[in-house]
Design a protein around this ligand. Sequence first.
Ligand SMILES: Nc1ncnc2c1ncn2[C@@H]1O[C@H](COP(=O)(O)OP(=O)(O)OP(=O)(O)O)[C@@H](O)[C@H]1O
Length: 605
Amino acid sequence: MPLREVSAAYRLQSSDLAGNPGQQAAYDSTGHCVVLAGPGSGKTKTLVLKLARILAEDVRAPRGAACITYSQECARELTRRLERIGLREARNLFIGTVHGFCLRHLLMPYGRLADLPVEFPLNVATQRQSDQILKRVGDRLFGTGHPHKAIDLGRHRRSVLDRTTLAWRSAEELAAWTEAYEAELRRDGLIDYDDMVVFGQRLISEHDWVLPLVQAKFPVLAVDEYQDLGVALDRIVRRLAFQGGVRLFAVGDYDQSIYGFTGADGALLVELAERDDVERVQLQLNYRSASRIISASEMALGEARGYVASDSKRQAVIAFVHCNDGLQGQAAHAIAAIIPEALAAKPGRRLGDIAILYKDFKVGDIVAAAAGAAGYDYVRVDNAAPYRKVALTSWIEDCAAWCAGGWREGRPQLRGLLDRWLGFHRARVPDVQARNEARRLTELLWSLRADAGLARDFVASLRARMLDALLAAEPALGDQREQVVRMSAALADGGALAELDLSSLGGRDGSPLHLNLLTLHSAKGCEYDVVIMVGLDLGSLPWRREAPAKLRESRRLFYVGLTRARDEVHMLYSGFVDTPRGRMHYGRSPFLGELETRMSEAGTA
Ligand SMILES: Nc1ncnc2c1ncn2[C@@H]1O[C@H](COP(=O)(O)OP(=O)(O)OP(=O)(O)O)[C@@H](O)[C@H]1O
């Protein structure tokens, strides 16, 4: 794409980098480059602009770039940021999760040619199917009520890729459980989510012929949030970059590594950056947070990183708030006192600038009930949300945003919606069919434009007229279909989102009018003026008697929460937790005590 086609927004944003030597060095890099930097330092911004530059200057269509990140949420944020500077997902620009990349760009095109032990076309198990098989097999092997946990099986499976090693056999029962589970999946002709990455990795590692094919299509690979992407992706990246001639641009932050429990290992990022053939760039400036929040977050982490605020004069609120009536009281205080005050504190501040963060969906239920009772519209991202954000549900939400008025200003862009639609098809769609599908979808979306109306009618029309046919024809979308069905159920009479209107469905991601309720894990990569963390009690964050590695990860989770804030952080606690054995007065989170002491020693309390 010639540079002139890249937007004025690109030129404007890239000129920002000139004031920051680290960002500029990464932007000017010509070989493999890894950017290591703290929160709010502009890693993602640099990655987005660098990608635009590479596509404008170094790579010519039909060749392009693959941009991989941790979650669907992060992928969507990248898509949005790229769209803002005039780039959208296309045949030669993949933006998505590692699972999506492995499925669409490794297994679907090349899997048949390798002797992988799976059936084609690929049939992906729904979450429910894989949960059921896992339980059945576990009960058969170890008896009902056995102590082994699915989460441990998942971690073992993801972190030990070579099954001939001692490391695999060292957890004998988990290994046996995995093998029996996988055998049962295969008998049903299924693969699961983790299989996509494991088989993608095998394809890349064991078949030299795949490398030039991937390199021909994607001579550039960009990775965001590298610290959370795990062992399999790390192997894929190294093989493509150092043996396959693919140019790598990766960004990440070891201190924000919070997925060790799934098998991710932040040290892989650090090792990658230390290679002689990789240019390592370190960024020190934080554009997001006021300087008191930056120094408090380093104190919370217990490591001096020397990060500096881009604007040293900004004021911050850092509050430790004791609510003596438990989580309900914390949620009520956040809603009734903190939010109205925060809204009044800055002209133009809206609900979308505020987030309440918590450990898990059970706390989310309590917070959501309080927000709902106060009449606040909110968007909730946790395991109890009515449906999970997967590529298809995100696409439906974006179509809703377009139909609810976004079409007037091209937000999101119609072309991007059409390209994503074509990307859901198993095989590359022939040009004639692609044009036909694009026309049909354009006509459909055009006819569904409305400034008002219920989201349920919109989703029903989209499904009936195009989506359900695709879902029936593409077994690889099995797990995504489940989420679409859950979305419809939530929008139906009596469902959790029964009254949702079209624009609210479209605004379920980053809407300025919705309060954000998220788990600490899902808040990664996000930023808000005001961050309210609830449930900061010992026995919750952290658990009591966590092993040292787990405790370090909990501390990093707390750090991630703090560093989402631009102006205000409110940390709520009660000094006790309610457990199945009753109320336990373990005290507040030790992270709070340490932070308060360090802040008062430093004179910043
Ligand atoms: N050179 C710059 N000049 C002005 N603002 C910038 C610059 N670089 C980044 N920013 C702004 O800083 C904020 C944080 O940027 P970004 O989200 O890219 O950081 P990050 O390092 O990816 O953060 P995190 O790791 O916490 O997700 C954004 O609002 C971004 O627009």
